[in-house]
Structure formats: C-alpha cells, structure tokens
Design a protein around this ligand. Structure first.
Ligand SMILES: [Zn+2]
Length: 166
C-alpha cells in the first residue's frame, strides 16, 4: 500500500463553517453511543467469519480434490498381501479422518470407511466399504482390487434415540 501522505496541516476539502444550526442537526447522534459501536463490531465479526468460512471451504475442497487425484492412481490395484493392503487402507483412512472426509461407497453412495477384510480364496483380502445404514453396520464392496475412490464430507454425528442414560 502506497497511500500518498498528506501534510498534517492540510485542510479538509469542505470545511464546515462553525455556528450553523443546520449542520449540527445532520450530525450522527449515535456516533458516540456504546450500543452503536457494539452493533458495528458484531456486523464486522459476522462478515469476517463469513469470509473465513468461504476461504476454509475453498481450501477444504482443494485438499479433497488433491487427495482424490492421488488415490485415483491406486484404484484397480492390490499391494499383493493382506498386511500391505490393510496398511494402505489404514493410512488412507487416517489421512481422510484428519480432514473430515470419508470415501463414498461405490455400491450405495453412503460415506464409508475403506477397510480390507479376509476372504476365502483372496490371499491379500478384499476391499470393503464399512458404513452404518439405517442404524446397522453394513459392508459393501468386497473386491480384491482397490475400488474407485470418491471423497465426501464426513457426516455429522447423529444423536442416538435409544442411547441409555449414564
Ligand atoms: Zn454402501
């Protein structure tokens, strides 16, 4: 910022003549009232938070797309062993969790956690989508190759109706 400096004794462009009743009537009467100040600050804070929220959403979207691009390279592959595939799924989940993300189940579209489960005939296990649907833990998928990864926001926690007190 290179604002031109004004000499300290510069006159304002339109000096108001003193002792004129009309001028005094147009002055803002609330200028020095604390309530007015407080209202302005609330408006400023709301605007600032709105800007911040938009900026965070933009960054969040960039992060999501960046992760998705990298994970897309893994789809259709297997690391060849149960241990390696599990480690891969665990690392992915850890990263997604840190950013409030989930993978989207390719079968039903629900947000899910990618896991590797043992299965007869699949030495390196199978990739499954672990999610809760209608209050029940459900697994979809089950292929030996890593599925296509689409990222979605982690759903907000829902209060459970049947939760016991204590
Ligand atoms: Zn599903």
């Amino acid at each position: 910022m290179n604002a031109p400096q004004r000499p300290p004794n510069a006159d304002p462009p339109h000096p108001s003549p003193p002792n004129q009743g009309e001028e005094a009537a147009t002055a803002d009467p609330g200028e020095n009232q604390p309530a007015h100040e407080k209202g302005s600050e609330a408006v400023l804070a709301a605007a600032m938070l709105g800007d911040l929220k938009r900026e965070m959403n933009r960054l969040q979207r960039e992060i999501r797309l960046a992760i998705q691009v990298q994970l897309a390279k893994m789809s259709g592959r297997t690391l060849g062993s149960m241990e390696a595939n599990r480690e891969l799924a665990r690392s992915i989940q850890e990263m997604l969790d840190a950013h409030g993300l989930r993978v989207r189940c390719t079968h039903c579209g629900h947000p899910a956690i990618l896991r590797v489960s043992p299965r007869a005939g699949a030495a390196a296990g199978v990739f499954v989508f672990d999610h809760t649907i209608d209050g029940r833990r459900t697994f979809h998928g089950g292929r030996v190759l890593m599925p296509e990864i689409r990222l979605v926001a982690k759903p907000a926690r829902k209060p459970r109706g049947e939760k016991k007190a204590g």
